[in-house]
Design a protein around this ligand. Structure first.
Ligand code: SAH
Ligand code: SF4
Ligand code: F3S
Length: 467
């Protein structure tokens, strides 16, 4: 069923902007510039949200700093995807007791995906009393008024809207880079993969209007951005809720025809909705980077079904082969989960054989982590931890060999790269496919597209010489 996305009215956002001005005036009357630290866990979606949080803080007069020590405001943007991510957040938030003891005026906020879980919010309420405010992803646009409330009253505030989510346009942004930019094109997820917490904490799929996205991208290009990544949990379903007849491939095609020198990328795709049309669009436009992150999660049909992924091994392989066939230079990456409840030795072997077949350039590998409230957390999971670890290590070894072999194939070739910084003695750059390249050169080259001849490699990166 189509559902119109909930768009936050412009007046409400203008009210938030006015609150930013009031906070700024408050600090001006105190005669000093406040400092804010924003710490981000999790995926690019969270990075993009943190850029908006920094935007609201700067509009409120805060200087953005890179340490919690002495900051007047700390915002921790959390991730709930695996237990490990949550454990790190609890540890670091716990340690802030001491930071705050040295700077009692400090205001501490927690936001992001963990705050979309009621049991987490309860735990913060009861056991982390130095935390002043909590807001979940749906409440992000209201951060200025939450901050103002805490500054005025010194009372804790918990803003945890349990709706299906919204879209807020025009929130100020402080971008972390002046070369690479994230552009969220949609929010939320409707897929409910049985292991995954994201749909519960980020709400239903909702797409930004194409004209809003185009405006943002045009602004980025004219500001000199050269690497633009369109973001969504499943970009392939972009536009379905809008009913405008514009799908993700159409949106990409339109952006790819904007004038300027840039690479356009996207994250992430779900194989069930990845169409041939999308592959054809990537192949057609030079500005669309020949890179595709297409998570497969498992190479076994029983496991894929239990994961609620809605595609088979064969369907997945067909897509991957099609991509490779029409774009031999395509860089393919993926996500995979090892140790899903009940995964047998043979089922794990199917994952290994899929990796050997597709030969990914790189793989993000995860051990299954049960998430409270998801169906997979209730499934029987008799496999001992040691066996999962053993499978994990084996899978990494197979992938590392393949990554190294693929990288060795670059040696002697000249590739176009975008130089993005410096790491000690060498400049760093990314290829069109997102591979890391290091080479000697002058800082003035940062921000430029260059041709580099690859002279050597490791599993993770390439080294080269400027042409
Ligand atoms: N929306 C993206 C994925 C976001 S989460 C997509 O569908 O492609 C990133 C990755 O984390 C997932 O692809 C999956 O491999 C992994 N992941 C998600 N939930 C997990 C869990 N409970 N345990 C282990 N890995 C998980
Ligand atoms: Fe999670 Fe699946 Fe949605 Fe990705 S598509 S965010 S793995 S539920
Ligand atoms: Fe984590 Fe939320 Fe992203 S759970 S991976 S930060 S969508």
């Amino acid at each position: 069923m189509e559902r119109k996305p909930v768009v936050i009215p412009q007046e409400a956002l203008e009210k938030e902007a006015a609150v930013c001005e009031q906070i700024k005036a408050l600090w001006a009357s105190r005669g000093r510039t406040p400092r804010a630290f924003v710490d981000t866990y999790g995926c690019q979606q969270n990075e993009a949200d943190s850029e908006r949080i920094r935007g609201m803080l700067r509009a409120s007069g805060y200087e953005i700093v890179d340490t919690e020590e002495g900051a007047d405001c700390i915002v921790i943007n959390t991730c709930a995807i695996r237990e490990h991510a949550e454990t790190r957040v609890y540890g670091n938030v716990g340690a802030l007791v001491h930071t705050k003891a040295r700077h009692p005026e400090q205001k501490i906020f927690l936001c992001g995906c963990m705050m979309g879980q009621p049991q987490v919010v309860e735990r913060i309420k009861n056991s982390y009393r130095h935390v002043d405010g909590v807001f979940n992803p749906h409440e992000l646009w209201r951060f200025p008024e939450l901050l103002q409330s805490v500054l005025r009253t010194n009372r804790r505030i918990f803003a945890v809207d349990d709706s299906a989510g919204n879209i807020a346009e025009g929130i100020p942004v402080v971008r972390s880079s002046d070369l690479k930019a994230w552009v969220s094109i949609m929010y939320g997820c409707n897929n409910f993969c049985s292991y995954c917490i994201v749909p519960y904490v980020r709400g239903r799929e909702r797409s930004r209007r194409p004209e809003e996205i185009l405006e943002e991208v045009k602004g980025l290009i004219s500001a000199g951005y050269k690497d633009i990544t369109l973001l969504g949990q499943n970009v392939n379903s972009y536009g379905k809720d809008l009913g405008l007849g514009v799908d993700f491939a159409d949106l990409m095609a339109e952006i790819a025809q904007l004038p300027g020198e840039f690479w356009l990328r996207f994250m992430t795709s779900h194989p069930k909705d990845a169409s041939k049309k999308l592959f054809d669009t990537i192949a057609k436009y030079p500005r669309i980077a020949k890179q595709f992150h297409l998570p497969f999660q498992s190479g076994n049909d029983r496991v894929l079904k239990a994961m609620n992924r809605h595609y088979t091994r064969e369907e997945y392989l067909k897509l991957a082969h099609y991509g490779r066939q029409i774009m031999p230079e395509l860089v393919l990456t993926s996500d995979v989960i090892v140790g899903f409840p009940g995964e047998t030795e043979e089922e794990f072997e199917d994952t290994i054989s899929l990796i050997e077949d597709v030969r990914y350039d790189a793989l993000f590998t995860f051990i299954f982590s049960p998430r409270a409230g998801t169906p997979a957390a209730k499934m029987d999971d008799p496999t001992p931890k040691e066996e999962k670890n053993r499978h994990f290590d084996r899978l990494c070894a197979v992938q590392n060999r393949i990554s190294l072999e693929i990288h060795q194939g670059y040696v002697g070739k000249t590739v176009r790269v975008l130089c993005d910084g410096r790491d000690k003695d060498l400049l760093t750059a990314r290829t069109e496919g997102g591979r890391l390249v290091r080479f000697a050169g002058d800082d003035s080259l940062i921000g430029q597209f260059l041709d580099v001849t690859i002279t050597g490699c490791t599993t993770w990166s390439l080294v080269g010489e400027l042409r």
